[in-house]
Design a protein around this ligand. Structure first.
Ligand code: SME
Length: 312
């Protein structure tokens, strides 16, 4: 049966947009493959962990938990960084038979957003020569969709959205912190969809915000918030540094409801250090639109550019 890869990949796009954490992403991706592909007996993922590949979400029979990188079709795909289409697994030296029914196999390597080997997608079939070039192409696109959406392999990786005035300086400030993995500037919690900088400047209602991806094992949220408090005037209303306007309000917009109490506690403790009421918003993230490319890492591109934060 021919597979409608266009449809499959549209479905994967939708799932990938809903969640980028690798466990949810891989779990739904394997379920989707299992429902869609005929004549397969295993579809799932192995993730890179030190010298090994470790079993991730899958559908099919119980499987080997660890595969050394130098072994198996999976190891070869990772080492050679290319898809391995194996028409006959018995003819592949080093093939690992987790399920003795497997006869052919397709393995596609996945890289993380820093370009490092992160995982493999492995699909097995009990039929000899099950996978065609069309399958390979369709499934490589499928893998690229997952790769693009994948937030990373550390289940510990977390994201919070912080507005602290002009996002140029804020982004640089967070980029310099140990434990910050990635940042992006954008517009949060406003009315218009996909606003431009000009629209935000003229009151579309968004705050200039930095999406901060961090490793809470190295930088707990509470610590990150304390560092953020050091560079804002938390009592200033719609104003930071030289900048005035609703887009320069301060705010902590959390993506994970479990962070709400940490944010509330941090703001309560901060308020005790001020006589005036705090103006820092404490809200769940409603929306975030990436800012134009020229705003990203602005101070790396323009080291002498305007910055309301003093780095000393
Ligand atoms: N056959 C794979 C091992 C994984 S199982 O098929 C699920 C390999 O040779 O790498």
């Amino acid at each position: 049966m021919t597979v409608d890869y266009m449809l499959l990949n549209e479905q994967m796009e939708a799932l990938a947009q809903a969640e980028g954490w690798y466990v949810s992403l891989f779990a739904n991706a394997s379920a989707l493959l299992w429902e869609t592909l005929t004549d397969i007996n295993w579809a799932g993922f192995y993730t890179v962990e030190g010298p090994d590949l470790v079993l991730g979400p899958f559908h099919g029979k119980v499987a080997c938990i660890r595969i050394p990188r130098e072994k198996g079709v999976c190891g070869a795909a990772l080492r050679e960084n290319r898809t391995m289409l194996v028409p006959d697994v018995h003819a592949f030296p080093g093939h690992i038979a987790c399920d003795s029914a497997s006869r052919s196999e397709l393995v596609i390597p996945l890289r993380d957003r820093r370009g490092k080997p992160a995982a493999v997608l492995d699909i097995d079939s009990p039929i000899l020569n099950r996978f065609s070039d069309a399958d390979r192409e369709g499934l490589e696109t499928f893998a690229r969709i997952i790769e693009k959406a994948m937030k990373g392999l550390s289940p510990m990786e977390k994201t919070v959205y912080l507005a602290g005035g002009c996002f140029w300086g804020c982004q640089k400030y967070f980029d310099l912190m140990d434990g910050v993995i990635e940042t992006e500037v954008g517009y949060a919690n406003g009315e218009t969809e996909n606003p431009t900088y000009e629209q935000v400047k003229h009151g579309a209602g968004h705050a200039e915000t930095v999406r901060v991806v961090y490793d809470p094992a190295r930088l707990p949220l509470r610590e990150l918030l304390e560092r953020y408090f050091q560079v804002i005037d938390p009592t200033a209303v719609n104003h930071q540094g030289e900048d005035f306007g609703v887009q320069y309000r301060t705010g902590i917009y959390y993506a994970d409801p479990a962070d709400a109490s940490t944010v509330a506690d941090a703001l309560r403790d901060l308020s005790r250090r001020y006589d005036k009421p705090l103006a820092v918003e404490n809200q769940p993230l409603q929306n975030f639109y990436s800012a134009e490319e020229y705003h990203q890492k602005y101070l790396e591109k323009h080291p002498d550019g305007y910055c309301h934060i003093h780095f000393d």
